[in-house]
Design a protein around this ligand. Structure first.
Ligand code: NZQ
Ligand code: ZN
Length: 387
């Protein structure tokens, strides 16, 4: 096991009606709040009204900035920073999914600096302070409600990059599984894939003697998969939604990666599909992950065998490690098919004649990955496998 430090400050209020905890979380702590949200789903499903009703019980002044798009744009972040600076806002309240939360985090970072916000994503500026961010989560997927990351798309440069720092972890997250009932089916399952992928990025590594996090990861994966099947049958299953929502946070608050290296190649490869073609994050991962797995599994046959046996119930008896590993990947692909995610770039309507361009962008900050270092040629090969 590797040395580590772990900081997870987010206060989580989980369950039915937890929006009622909002006044206590803000009153006395903040004076001016920016209510940040997306394209309008919260106005249709009533979450916007719930949040406003609760905020009215407090003395805080509320400003609004809606219109965050999936794969949140740098231009919106800049607009938010300007508003927050002008109005001296002291809390950004993100009501939405990962896109809204990440936009809120970038605004919170940009509000306290004169530096250009994109320079933080390019690694040219160091994070030293940020305004607090609170969250009302409406889709379990990214784990951004408790994570240290913000992922923003620079529309002019076709680049999607992340900045990571403990100061970007939200101060609180209100998580009501009932708020996720209005999700369209494709977003529900894209979210499921994203949650699994955050576990994969930590699980499929070479660190030895990490039995506890191996087991926690496997339990979380099995929970996500079994409850995804329940949601296929009944999208209104509260307990299945609750299990998936909790798993989404645990998958990416850092807990499952304690003491181990992490990989992130598949995220890096997927992000460029979102930056170039606007693809949904979870959809890109459902396409890239199986391709990446087939490309790298020989780097650690043992962990791919554990995955096959412990998560998908593959029998190891009488079979080679190679066979067991590949059978685990096959069963994972079968799961993806059942939950209706596109199985290839083609099936997702993404181009299959731009691998060089995709790989150039994906590796623009250098090679990446832990289980295997991925350079431009590897990136092209993985995109080809995902064709
Ligand atoms: O925009 P609105 O109208 O709100 O609609 C959204 C959006 O169209 C809709 N939606 C959300 N909650 C809903 C709902 N529709 C009906 N009912 C609800 N309850 O769903 C669509 C997708 O929302 P979005 O926020 O984009 O989804 P997600 O949470 O998957 O976020 C994706 C973004 O987060 C980044 C991704 O790269 C992507 O940009 N990630 C952030 C991470 C982090 N900060 O730690 C880690 C992740 O790996 C990921 O990279
Ligand atoms: Zn992700």
């Amino acid at each position: 096991m590797k040395n580590f430090s772990f900081y997870s400050p987010t206060i989580i209020k989980f369950g039915k009606g937890s929006i009622e905890k909002l006044p206590k979380l803000v009153e006395g702590n903040y004076k001016k709040i920016l209510l940040h949200y997306g394209g309008g789903s919260i106005k249709k499903n009533g979450i916007y009204d719930d949040a406003i009703d609760q905020l009215k019980k407090t003395g805080v002044e509320v400003f609004e900035l809606g219109g965050v798009k999936p794969n949140p744009a740098l231009s919106m972040v800049r607009e938010g920073i300007k508003l927050v600076k002008e109005e001296e806002i002291d809390l950004i309240l993100a009501v939405g999914g990962g896109s809204v939360i990440d936009s809120a985090k970038a605004i919170a970072l940009g509000a306290l600096t004169e530096a250009d916000i994109w320079d933080f994503f390019l690694g040219k500026e160091r994070v030293e302070k940020a305004l607090p961010v609170g969250v009302v989560l409406t889709i379990p997927a990214t784990g951004s409600e408790a994570s240290m990351g913000s992922v923003i798309t620079n529309e002019e440069k076709n680049l999607k990059l992340a900045v990571n720092h403990d100061l970007l972890r939200p101060v609180f997250a209100i998580m009501d599984p009932e708020y996720t009932m209005s999700l369209p089916r494709d977003q529900t399952f894209a979210g499921v894939m994203d949650i699994l992928s955050h576990i994969f990025e930590r699980y499929f590594t070479k660190t030895e003697n990490v039995g506890l996090t191996d087991s926690l990861a496997e339990a979380t994966m099995k929970t996500v998969i079994s409850n995804a099947y329940k949601l296929l049958k009944n999208p209104d299953d509260y307990n299945a939604r609750a299990e998936i929502m909790l798993a989404g946070t645990l998958a990416h608050n850092g807990l499952l990666g304690l003491g181990r290296e992490d990989d992130w190649s598949s995220h890096q490869l997927g992000h460029q599909l979102s930056a170039l073609y606007g693809a949904t994050h979870g959809v890109t991962l459902g396409i890239i992950f199986p391709a990446w797995m087939k490309y790298v599994y020989r780097e650690n046959l043992d962990i791919f065998n554990k995955f096959a046996v412990n998560v998908f119930g593959v029998s190891a008896a009488g079979n080679t490690k190679e066979h067991v590993a590949l059978e685990g990947i096959r069963r994972f692909e079968e799961f993806l098919k059942k939950i209706g995610l596109p199985r290839s770039l083609k099936e997702a309507g993404l181009p299959t004649n731009e691998f060089e361009r995709m790989a150039d962008l994906a590796t623009s900050m250098g090679s990446f990955g832990a289980l295997m270092k991925i350079d431009k040629d590897d990136a092209v090969s993985i995109y080809k496998l995902a064709e």
